[in-house]
Design a protein around this ligand. Structure first.
Ligand code: IPE
Ligand code: IPE
Ligand code: MG
Length: 230
């Protein structure tokens, strides 16, 4: 198989998965973590360069405090436990999003895992945490507000913004998958998905797995990407 440069996934449907079993929504998040591990490990072994996973949006703070607190605790535990998976599979971990709002222990943990895995080369696993594309683009503009005033060409501004996005070291998204049946982007990687191929599956994230991912990637390779040309 050819190398897929950038796969992005909106991991949706955890809550509904749990509720359909008469369980609390957070039970779906717990099972969802296992799917994250399975998919990430497969990507590291099977020719994906960068895998970006939407884990928590800038809008997810609107959820009940119990669920938000649970997700924050789960994230910290995940990073504690997953360091071993990262090292064993030569995976580099990287976080995008506005990390400033997180508690100090969580921020430190994120930076620690980033640091410890920084020279791993089989896969970049990028977790989008307190991520919103509008927030990311606005922060990129803020970082460059003086420079932007000196530019006259929109293409120069495009380049400048692109080089200041959280994803600056990664290429544009090639394939975006959303599980859970909704057909929307929910403020995820709006800039980077300009020419992404989109794939929506009704499968809820806890039920997603490698065989469905393989089928979607096969479908991706049958598509004709024109990028505005012919
Ligand atoms: C996605 O699943 C995970 C997060 C947003 C953290 P949801 O929690 O949105 O699950 P549904 O969409 O309500 O079923
Ligand atoms: C998108 O899912 C965010 C994540 C998967 C982290 P949501 O469940 O928050 O999206 P909406 O509210 O259905 O658009
Ligand atoms: Mg959802």
């Amino acid at each position: 198989m050819q190398k897929l440069k950038h796969l992005a996934i909106i991991m949706d449907g955890n809550g509904r998965w749990a509720q359909s079993r008469g369980e609390k929504r957070v039970e779906g998040h717990k099972v969802g973590v296992n799917v994250v591990r399975e998919i990430t490990t497969w990507c590291a072994q099977n020719a994906v360069t960068t895998l970006t996973l939407y884990a928590f949006s800038t809008e997810n703070w609107k959820r009940p405090k119990y669920e938000v607190d649970f997700l924050m605790k789960m994230l910290k535990n995940y990073l504690d436990r997953e360091l071993e998976t990262y090292q064993k599979n030569n995976i580099r971990f990287f976080a995008i999003g506005d990390l400033d709002v997180f508690s100090s222990p969580l921020k430190e943990k994120i930076l620690e895992v980033q640091e410890k895995t920084s020279s791993n080369t089989a896969l970049n696993q990028v977790l989008a945490l307190n991520y919103g594309a509008r927030n990311e683009i606005s922060r990129a503009i803020l970082k460059n507000k003086q420079k932007i005033l000196e530019l006259n060409q929109s293409l120069e501004i495009e380049r400048l913004i692109e080089s200041s996005l959280d994803t600056q070291e990664f290429s544009d998204v090639d394939l975006l998958i959303r599980t859970g049946g909704e057909q929307r982007l929910s403020n995820f990687l709006l800039w980077q998905c300009s020419y992404a191929e989109l794939f929506f599956t009704p499968t809820l994230w806890p039920d997603f797995g490698v065989s469905e991912l393989e089928a979607i990637i096969q479908d991706f390779y049958t598509r004709h990407r024109r990028f505005g040309g012919l």
